[in-house]
Each structure stands twice: as structure tokens, then as C-alpha cells.
Design a protein around this ligand. Sequence first.
Ligand code: PBG
Length: 330
Amino acid sequence: MSNDLSQRPRRLRANPAIRNLVSETQIRAEQLILPLFIREGLAEPKPITGLPGVVQHTETSLRAEIDRALEAGIGGVMVFGIPNHRDVMGSEALNPNGVLSKAIRDIRAQVGDRLVVIADLCLDEFTSHGHCGVLGSPDLHGNCEVDNDATLEIYGQMAVVLAEAGAHMLGTSGMMDGQVAATRRALDAAGHEDVSILAYAAKYASAFYGPFREAVESQLDGDRKTYQQDPRNTRESLREIKLDAAEGADIIMVKPALSYLDVIYQASQIVDLPIASYVVSGEMAMIEAAAAQGLINREPAILEALASVHRAGANIICTYWAIEVAGWLK
Ligand code: PBG
């Protein structure tokens, strides 16, 4: 074994100034996206179990949260709407005065172009069965599968409704085949060439979506394994990412983040589009729960988790901690 100590990496770790000088990644407030839940007909903001500080918003509390987002200087908001009324077709998703469209319109009126306003383009909050699309006819056993192409028709219509409400960007999160192409085509046909697509290209059927299901009062009984990806695979993600890029995605998203850093890294290597990742509800809940028990130190743990996502290759990070972290970065 060599004991040549002419190489001493510790020299570059000697004090904070040197460490900052050689730091390779930096999380920036302008690249953080805050997911927001707005619940129709709610009288008071309603907390979500396991996600401290995250609530279902009323119109009033949403307005205040947007003010905080502006003040913090974050990059954008990703809006999810929870309607009063659900049906098998998710028809409230197409209501121009429905909860999501209305929230998008209100937020745009409040922020103009100071924040990127992203609308979730998916049916799961609107369907009575909780799936991300509409169901086809029952098979021999009476089971219904999500009908990909019928769902694309509705996504196209929903895209136009959300663009008309003022969304800068649409998050295609349903994991239907061809959804980016269908969304792009519908937007362009309606004159919305300027609305961009944040493509959830690689979205896994993850157990880490647990607290989100409460946040959107998900009606899902079962799972999404016939459309979301198998956590055991990466090559499948690379295929999905290339397809979405070819279909016209503007930004590629990998979701969840912390268990999929390898996928983020590979995504960043194979396409020349910006890469985003979503630190999902269960990933947040794990850190919050451990910190609440005194097992880990909360602030450095959060910064370390976000740094890992950035280091892997996603500069754009969706996180429920966006406003708080932006405050720390100031
Ligand atoms: C579905 C959707 C989900 C999340 C965002 N959009 C849940 C799912 O696919 O079941 C999860 C986000 C989170 O857990 O924070 N449109």
C-alpha cells in the first residue's frame, strides 16, 4: 500500500469558504416547484397526514400561499384540484369553471409571469374510480382496464381547457402511451403553441405516493401497474424518455426522485432537454417522520436529499419543501 501523501483531498475541505469554492452543485430557489392542492368547497385549510405544513387549500389560503411563493422567489407551482363531484369519465376535468381551471385562472391573475404556473393534466382526481384515465369495457372476468386511446381524447380536451385558464405549462402525469403527442397536437390545434409540456416520462408505480392519495382524496382501489412503470426497470424508462422527447416534451420528469437517482442520471445523459424530478409525498414523509423522532437532523437531511437529486442531474425539483428551502437559501 502506498503511503504517498502528496495528494490530500482534505485540503479542499478545510473551511466553509474553500468548501463553497469547490462545490459542484447548488440548489436554486428559482428551480424549485411547489405542488399545491386546492379543494372545492372547503371552509378551512385541511392538513395532510405525514406532510407537515402541507394542506388542502381553500381559495383564500391558496392566495396567501401564492404570496409566500412569490416572496420566497421559487420557480413555479404545480396545481392539483380536488372536485366535489366525481364520475366515471372524470367530466369535471373538462369544466372551464371547475376547481382546477378556476384555481389556475386565479393564480395567473395574481402572479402574471412571475411564477411558472403548471397544471396537472391527469384524470385521477376527477374519476369516481380514481384511475388516471377512463375505463374500457369489462373483460371475461368483469375487470375493466384503463382505455389508453379514449383517455388521450380527454387529455387533449383537458389540455385546451387548462391552457385557456392560463396555465404556462401542463404536467402530463397519467402515463398513457402517446400522451405528450396528443397533448401537443390538441394545444397547437387550439392556438396554444406557447404552452409547454412537462412530461412525466418516467413515472413509477410507487409505494411512496401514500400521503398524496390522502391529499387528493383518491378513490383508487387497486394499483396503477398497468400504466405506471415497474420499479425494477431502468431500460424501460430510457425508452419512455426518448418517446416523450420525440413526441414534443419540453421538460423531462422522473418520479419519484430519491429511489430513482440512477434514472435521473441516465435521463440527463440521453436527452438534451431540461430534467426535473419530483420528491414525492412518501419521500417527504420518511424524512419528516425520522426528524420528528429526533433520529435525523431535519434541515441538513432535507438539503442533502435535494442535493442528491440535483447531483444526479435534475436541476428542476418539485418539492413540498420549496418555500421553506428557498428561505434557507436566502
Ligand atoms: C397522479 C399523481 C400522483 C402523484 C402526483 N400525481 C399519484 C399517483 O400516481 O398515484 C404523487 C405525488 C406525491 O406522492 O407526492 N396524477
